[in-house]
Structures are given as C-alpha cells and as structure tokens.
Design a binder for this molecule. Structure first.
Ligand SMILES: [Zn+2]
Length: 145
C-alpha cells in the first residue's frame, strides 16, 4: 500500500477505501450436500489441492462501493496524475502570457500610494489563485467527461 489510490469508477475518491484482507479457508466439501468435511492449513493441505494464489486483499471504494483488486486503483491513480501533469505542462505558456498581460496592466495603472512591487505581488497572487481554480475546474471536467 505504498502507491496512491484513485477510484476508476466514481473518479472522485482518492482517500476513503475499505481494504478487505483475504485469508483463504482451505476446505474439503461433500460433493452432494456442500457440507464441509474437513478444514486444512497450508501445512496439512492435500498434495493435489492448489494453494490460494490471488491478491492478499481486495479494495472497495468508500464512496461508490466498487470492489476490485488493488491494481485497478493504483493504475488509475498513476493515469490520472499523468493526465493532470500534462494539463499543467500544456497550459504553462498560456498561464505565463496571461500573468505578463495582467502585470503590464498593473504597471500602467500604477497608483500613487502603491509601489510597483506591491502591485505585482498582489496581481500575481490573484492570478495564481485564478489559475488554481481554473485548473481544478478543468481537472474535474476532464474526470467527469
Ligand atoms: Zn468510487
């Protein structure tokens, strides 16, 4: 459990999960009734009885209830992270252009009692906040569509 999870079904949940540990019960059943005749351990298992080879646990999304192997959740997490990083890379130039544009407007509107640096910081903070909001909306839209 060292990799992040992201639910591939509801696409919103990255934090709430039910981890279901899988401890196989090795049994021998009556073919007609389904009654358990005997229980075994990995030491007492019969030679031709195949040992459990599945994953040590299942993962259930704590939001939509999807029940799957862990790999479904880790694979989707790495896919969605790559997609988000790509969006930032693709839009970096555009974000910089907009920042410079706003800085130029700020410079040309220099107010008497504010230094240029003060205005620059204020505008940059505003722009960064705006970009963050936009990125969030964009990411949500991508995830929904
Ligand atoms: Zn889910």
């Amino acid at each position: 459990m060292t990799d992040p999870y992201h639910c591939p079904n509801c696409k919103t949940n990255k934090t709430r999960f039910n981890l279901i540990e899988q401890h196989p019960k090795i049994v021998k059943m009556d073919a007609n009734t389904g009654d358990i005749i005997s229980e075994h351990t990995s030491e007492t298992i019969e030679a031709f009885h195949m040992q459990y080879k599945g994953p040590p646990y299942k993962v259930q999304c704590g939001v939509c209830g999807l029940l799957e192997d862990e790999s479904m959740f880790t694979k989707y997490a790495s896919y969605s992270q790559k997609k988000e990083n790509l969006w930032w890379l693709e839009n970096r130039k555009d974000l910089n252009n907009r920042k410079n544009q706003i800085y130029r407007i700020a410079q040309s509107n220099l107010m008497a009692n504010l230094s240029a640096d003060h205005i620059k910081t204020r505008w940059e903070n505003k722009v960064v906040k705006e970009m963050m909001r936009e990125a969030e909306c964009k990411t949500k839209r991508n995830i929904i569509s």
